[in-house]
Design a protein around this ligand. Structure first.
Ligand SMILES: C[S@@+](CC[C@H](N)C(=O)[O-])C[C@H]1O[C@@H](n2cnc3c(N)ncnc32)[C@H](O)[C@@H]1O
Length: 293
């Protein structure tokens, strides 16, 4: 189904992969997201950080593995999170599914191969697997990219065995308390959509919960993990670079929203060529769901 991406961008698109089409689904079938660009896929895989590594370990903890499980990694990308999870397996296996062949390719040719891992090209809301196939499933750093998140969690429920567990790990925004928060969230999503396409949408802790409960998951546990930071620039802070774009634009366009951004998330001060950022992002709403028996 994604075969048209078999030869993506072989003849140098240069760095024109940011797809700034304001209202466009026009190119959807040709080139859905940056993840279909081999250059971006390779660069994505190199972005590792302590926060990411820590979150991956927390996710693995929540999967509570004995070591013999069949695990599904939904939107596996280059397998960055599957790698540490696989280290906890003995006889079990992980299958990673993703729509972007460029991301799967990077994982496939990786210098540090993932044990007991296989890949499958496919859409997260039309999983290419039989019902009742997996003991565990997880989705990391991808829920906010899905155009049809309800379809995805529904599909995961279908392929999970009875009693199976599903863990969602995703950056979240704060629950909106008033119209300023709503306007801020709109602006944040707008900025991210310029790079990631129209499907992009940050969720809140409660919107993830509602999404899951609506299709029939039982909530076993939900935890928000906040990572404080104080440093020059956003290196190592997942999704950080775009947050700084939000800050710089709001400072000019809407001081009231800039102020709320400071209160809710982080402050920023230019000094020389650097920008000092200080605050905290709640990168993960960790959920552990049990499929009802
Ligand atoms: C930010 S990456 C995360 C990859 C990996 N889970 C990680 O944590 O490193 C998001 C991934 O979601 C994939 N993706 C987005 N929408 C998808 C969909 N509807 N079906 C399958 N994969 C999808 C993208 O191709 C990309 O590889």
């Amino acid at each position: 189904m994604t075969a048209e991406h078999k030869h993506p961008h072989e003849h140098g698109h240069g760095d024109r992969h940011d797809h700034d089409h304001e209202h466009g689904h026009k190119h959807d079938h040709v080139h859905k997201t940056r993840f279909h660009d081999p250059q971006h896929a390779a660069e994505f895989d190199r972005r590792t950080s302590d926060i990411r590594a820590d979150l991956a370990e927390k996710l693995a903890d929540m999967l509570s593995l004995k070591g013999d499980e069949q695990i599904l990694d939904v939107a596996t990308g280059t397998g960055r999170v599957a790698r540490p999870v696989a280290k906890r397996l003995k006889t079990g296996r992980i299958v990673g599914v993703d729509q972007a062949l460029a991301m799967l390719d990077v994982g496939h040719h990786h210098e540090d191969p993932i044990r007991a891992y296989s890949q499958s090209a496919g859409e997260a809301d039309a999983l290419p697997f039989k019902s009742n196939s997996f003991d565990r499933a997880f989705v990391s750093f991808s829920l906010h990219h899905f155009g049809n998140p309800a379809g995805v969690v529904h599909e995961v429920l279908r392929v999970l065995k009875n009693g199976g567990k599903f863990v969602v790990l995703d950056p979240i925004v704060k629950e909106a308390r008033d119209s300023v928060d709503v306007a801020l969230e709109t602006k944040i999503n707008q900025v991210f959509r310029r790079t990631h396409g129209d499907n992009f949408r940050f969720h809140t802790a409660s919107s993830i919960q509602r999404l899951l409960m609506k299709v029939g998951y039982r909530i076993a546990r939900g935890t928000v993990v906040t990572y404080p930071f104080e440093q020059d620039g956003m290196d190592g802070i997942p999704t950080g670079a775009h947050w700084l774009e939000v800050a710089e634009e709001l400072e000019v366009e809407a001081p009231q929203l800039a102020q709320r951004l400071r209160e809710n998330y982080f402050t920023w001060h230019k000094h020389g060529d650097a920008v000092r950022v200080k605050g905290g992002f709640s990168y993960a709403r960790e959920h552990r769901k049990e499929r009802p028996h």
